[in-house]
Design a protein around this ligand. Structure first.
Ligand code: AMP
Ligand code: ZN
Length: 122
């Protein structure tokens, strides 16, 4: 019997549909593990999302087995930031759950740049 992947693509997940190409996105970056594309509602001059191809709902569902994947998302964000020439800096945000303000339940990094970021965030 074929074993099921631990995190199958969720048929009702927006970002799984983007990974599958069923919903269009301008892929500014892609590698074996993740893709990067502009946020539809940008909060900064540069606002990209970096998402794993594999469906993981959030960091709350991440396990030790996902360590390499999580690392590759960060590396991809750094690579994209260099390509976008964000030499003055940028912010990487990962919203998790209701209190974290997560609205799409497929783990993703926000890469924000091109303006000064305030602290603390709202
Ligand atoms: P979060 O609120 O952290 O879960 O982030 C989800 C992000 O996905 C929001 O910033 C939305 O603007 C963005 N978003 C929703 N639908 C799309 C889409 N079809 N293409 C690109 N970004 C999207
Ligand atoms: Zn998904």
């Amino acid at each position: 019997m074929k074993t099921q992947p631990s995190h199958p693509a969720s048929s009702d997940c927006l970002f799984c549909k983007i990974v599958a190409g069923d919903i269009p996105a301008n892929r500014v970056y892609e590698d074996e593990f993740c893709i990067g594309f502009p946020d539809i509602n940008p909060q900064a001059p540069t606002h990209l999302l970096i998402i794993p191809r594999q469906h993981i709902a959030s960091t709350a569902k991440a396990e030790a087995e996902h360590s390499a994947l999580l690392g590759s998302l960060m590396s991809a964000a750094a690579k994209i930031a260099r390509a976008e020439k964000l030499s003055k800096g940028y912010r990487i945000v990962v919203n998790t759950g209701e209190d974290g303000g997560q609205t799409v339940n497929h783990l993703h990094l926000h890469l924000l740049g091109g303006r000064h970021m305030n602290w603390p965030p709202g």
